[in-house]
Write a protein that binds this ligand. Structure first.
Ligand code: FAD
Length: 174
């Protein structure tokens, strides 16, 4: 069976890994990013740890899976009547079965200024910006007395607060 999965994140990668165990399945995994992003470790990458813990090339994950093709494209249209997908690259993909695992986008709940004036921590593009800022402020310019506010006290906010404390303390003592 030809199975097409759109989205190379948690859901898409897990589905492809499980379905590839059946040699009768031919799987095409389409994602708009070359890497699988491991969100739980992004805060660590922002605070000095290697990016290798936060993102892994999809090609590497599926290198040994001969019935999985990884395609980098942004799907812009689904047509269930012809069982086809359109990619931003102008490619048309046919499928027998389709799995959409597209993730979510950040919401700022209408709080004015939050989007514009804060750093995000949900993608590697955002993490690179925050990492650069922290490195420049804390390591290069030694602005260790600066106040940082983390909005959101869930697991990510708490982990980031702890990692930033450690990062700042480590550079204060040097
Ligand atoms: C900072 C953070 C920390 C987290 N920590 C944890 C944790 O500790 N434990 C836990 O269980 N969960 C955690 N989560 C939640 C977990 O990461 C998500 O629930 C999970 O990633 C959702 O999986 P998904 O496959 O739906 O989406 P994602 O993993 O976001 O994957 C979606 C993929 O689809 C791609 N895509 C989107 N649109 C298109 C398109 N049109 N064409 C092609 N590709 C497209 C995206 O680029 C992305 O690669 C965390 C989330 C965040 C943000």
């Amino acid at each position: 069976m030809n199975i097409t999965i759109v989205g190379g994140g948690f859901g898409g990668v897990k589905a492809a890994l499980e379905l590839s165990k059946d040699a009768n399945n031919n799987i095409t995994l389409i994602s708009d990013k070359e890497d699988f992003q491991y969100y739980p470790a992004l805060y660590g990458t922002a605070t000095g740890h290697s990016h290798l813990q936060s993102w892994v090339p999809l090609g590497k994950i599926f290198a040994s899976k001969l019935n999985v093709d990884v395609v980098i494209d942004n799907i812009t249209r689904v047509d269930p009547t012809t069982k086809s997908l359109n990619g931003a690259s102008d490619t048309v993909y046919k499928y027998d079965r389709l799995i959409l695992s597209l993730g979510s986008i950040t919401t700022y709940f209408g709080i004015k200024g939050l989007d514009e004036f804060s750093y995000g921590i949900k993608s590697y593009e955002e993490i690179k910006e925050l990492k650069h800022h922290l490195y420049s402020a804390i390591v290069e310019n030694r602005e260790v007395e600066k106040e940082y506010v983390i909005i959101g006290g869930g697991p990510t906010g708490v982990e980031l607060a702890s990692a930033m404390r450690e990062y700042t303390a480590c550079h204060m003592s040097k």
